[in-house]
Design a protein. Structure first.
Length: 729
């Protein structure tokens, strides 16, 4: 568009120069009347056109002029009416007659004088092109082959061709501009406000490029929006929020993840790090506040922007920021009372009266959907902020913030929507995400947050119900497992000296009940999916690792067949890899912590021997139950090997996943370290086993995390094996 405008201006200069200097100056006496008046009209049109060729601006000027004229008439008449003392009726009628007469005169002047001038001013370049085409078709502008008149015809044709070309380019630019108005709709956004904002951005960019070709360099929707937000004008600030929101929606819905990442990096640079826009983020945070001047739609748009930046926000730099953000997760009643636009005091009181007469609003309507969307945005911002330890500390020090975060859990939204159990699933899931982030905080901050969450009886009860509910989606049940596990871990560890417990006495659950619940989930494959069982197994592994003999006792004594089921999970070739890895880790931690000399320890020894004998056996060697029982009884009988029960082979180790093999090697190393089995030589061919491990190390030599973890587990196991055999095999 800029180049087209330059072309129109350049041709305008040529036409004006050619018409005034060459024709009117050199051939003025030889021109026919038609050509003379045509050239005069073209010259006048070009005089205005070369200084401003923007049709939109001209239309705007005409509209402003007409509006100003009508307002002047209205103000004059209204002023006389207000100053009138309403005396005689005749004076009042005369005043009305004068007002209408004045209005009629103004309309006549507008129609006769101003309207033609406005038409010529707006469409003059197009009209000059039409006139030029007419004269080229007529071709009767005189001139012959004698004297000076011989150059008249070529000069006239040159002028008309230039004017015609200018008119064609003007029409092309007009059509291109009309097509540009459809671009906001073509971008995929259905929001009418966003479409208007995008259209204004395109128009402003086009006008800038028409005046300066370098205007668009380094300029896009993001930079334009950030500049608008940072301006001193409240109207521009609102427009900037709309534009930035539209840019985010457009890129995330239509472009690749690479483009989305690039957009977010640019946003972070401009909003958080650019010195020229340091005040943009405080403005965005203030926009979130329910007590501010912005409506619900604007708060939602600003929340979506802040969510994309939250990972890099340091709340210490914005003392009031957490207060603004926490207003996003207020109650539905608070949200429904909030006004969409600022009103006067009387209007606000009238609105409150209407709310009272209408009764309590339902969260199932359009207002409820808008509230749900804003609540999700607020929880997402808090989730991203909680990834930083400093932000976690500030959040823990903010009054009632944790209670607001847990509100979807404590109010048991899932139970209130029994007909459609997933209606508020997203809100509950997002709330549990934030809780999971908070419980994962380190140090005194994490202890304080866990203490506050654990002391909420309603939240703990709801987490238990989610864990045992068959309607709840798996992701909710997994989050419930991890939240309760972290609460168990922290309250059983760093807070034990303070006498703090995971669950208070008024609750109907205990820590032992939670461990038994996890064992029940992990050991019942017919009732729970592999993903839930794997999550429960990982939680049990963490509890056994961090706990002592008390936790190990609860796990191993939950039922008489726990150890047997763990063994079956490991030896079953069709089981999930995550469940197998968790089973191996649980057995390892039980070997470390459970030291009571009873029947459970005997079962544990038998299970470990069976796992090692079958998963690390050499060739087709396996071992029968008498071998295992004799070892558990402390005897050293070497019975004949039974070949009927084939298990895993050493050659199959290379086919295992790296994580599972690392867990098995750690289990084997723990057996050597604790000397749980007096002699493993009959069950494990050390030479063949180590040779196979050597081959695996050579095969898995790439420097990736899984391979490094495997090498670490192998090294530790070999060292413990050397210590077990006193340096000799």
């Amino acid at each position: 568009m800029g180049y087209l405008s330059m072309a129109i201006k350049g041709l305008g200069f040529l036409v004006l120069t050619w018409a005034t200097v060459v024709l009117l100056g050199g051939f003025v006496s030889m021109l026919h009347k038609k050509d003379f008046w045509c050239l005069t009209f073209i010259t006048l049109v070009q005089t205005a056109g070369i200084f401003d060729v923007s049709l939109n601006e001209k239309l705007g000027y005409m509209g402003d002029a007409f509006g100003g004229l009508m307002m002047a008439i209205f103000s004059g008449v209204a002023g006389e009416l207000t100053s009138c003392d309403w005396g005689p009726v005749l004076s009042y009628v005369c005043l009305i007659f004068v007002a209408f007469l004045l209005l009629l005169v103004q309309l006549v002047v507008l129609a006769i004088i101003l309207s033609p001038l406005a038409i010529i001013y707006v469409l003059g370049i197009f009209m000059s092109g039409v006139v030029s085409l007419w004269r080229l078709i007529e071709h009767d502008y005189g001139g012959n082959s004698d004297g000076e008149a011989s150059n008249l015809a070529p000069a006239m044709e040159t002028l008309y061709y230039l004017a015609l070309l200018q008119g064609v380019i003007f029409c092309y630019r007009f059509v291109l501009g009309r097509m540009g108005k459809r671009l906001p709709k073509a971008m995929g956004t259905k929001d009418s406000e966003v479409q208007v904002v995008l259209h204004n951005y395109l128009c402003e960019t086009r006008r800038g490029c028409e005046k300066d070709l370098t205007f668009a360099e380094g300029r896009n929707l993001i930079t334009y929006a950030v500049d608008k937000i940072g301006s001193n004008s409240p109207v521009d600030c609102i427009s900037g929020v709309k534009i930035l929101y539209a840019a985010i929606c457009m890129v995330e819905s239509q472009y690749s993840p690479h483009d989305v990442t690039g957009q977010r990096l640019l946003m972070k640079h401009l909003v958080l790090y650019a010195s020229s826009s340091r005040h943009v983020l405080p403005i965005l945070l203030e926009t979130l506040d329910s007590r501010g001047m912005h409506n619900k739609e604007r708060r939602n748009q600003a929340a979506k922007i802040v969510e994309r930046l939250a990972f890099c926000i340091n709340l210490e730099q914005f003392p009031r920021g957490i207060q603004h953000i926490s207003s996003l997760i207020g109650t539905f009643e608070q949200y429904s009372i909030a006004e969409p636009y600022p009103r006067s005091k009387d209007g606000y009181e009238q609105h409150l009266k209407l709310q009272v007469t209408r009764g309590r609003p339902s969260p199932a309507g359009e207002l409820g959907k808008a509230y749900k969307e804003l609540l999700l945005q607020g929880l997402s911002i808090l989730r991203n902020l909680a990834a930083d330890e400093t932000n976690c500390r500030i959040m823990s020090e903010t009054r009632d913030l944790v209670s607001k975060i847990m509100a979807p859990i404590t109010s048991d939204l899932l139970d209130h929507t029994t007909k459609d159990h997933g209606t508020w699933f997203e809100v509950v899931d997002r709330s549990m995400e934030v809780m999971s982030q908070l419980t994962d905080a380190q140090g005194e901050t994490g202890a304080k947050l866990c203490r506050e969450i654990s002391s909420c009886t309603k939240a703990i009860d709801t987490l238990w119900r989610i864990l045992s509910c068959k309607k709840c989606k798996e992701v909710l049940r997994q989050r419930a497992i991890w939240i309760l596990t972290r609460l168990y871990r922290d309250t059983d560890g760093i807070n034990r000296s303070a006498g703090f417990d995971l669950l208070k006495k008024e609750n109907s659950y205990s820590k032992e009940d939670f461990v038994r619940m996890l064992v029940n989930i992990f050991t019942h494959s017919n009732e729970y999916t592999n993903s839930i069982r794997g999550c429960a197994g990982e939680a049990l592994s963490e509890i056994c690792f961090r706990g002592g003999i008390s936790d190990a006792t609860v796990v191993i004594q939950t039922s008489g067949d726990v150890v047997d089921i763990l063994t079956q999970v490991l030896l079953n070739t069709k089981k999930d890899e995550t469940c197998k890895q968790a089973a191996a880790e649980i057995l390892e931690h039980l070997c470390t912590h459970y030291t009571k000399d009873d029947e459970y320890l005997c079962k544990l020894k038998k299970a470990v021997l069976e796992v090692i004998g079958k998963m690390f056996c050499c060739g087709d060697k396996t071992h029968n139950g008498k071998d295992i029982e004799s070892q558990c009884d402390g005897t050293q009988e070497n019975n004949e090997q039974d070949k009927k029960d084939e298990g895993f082979q050493v050659d199959a180790l290379s086919n295992m996943s790296m994580n599972l093999l690392s867990s098995l090697l750690s289990l084997c190393g723990t057996v050597y370290d604790t000397k749980l089995i007096t002699d493993l030589a009959p069950w494990l061919d050390t030479s063949s086993f180590l040779n196979k491990l050597k081959d695996i190390v050579l095969e898995k030599s790439e420097p990736v995390i899984e391979n490094l973890s495997l090498c670490k587990a192998m090294t530790k196991m070999v060292i413990l094996m050397l210590e077990y055999y006193n340096g000799r095999f």
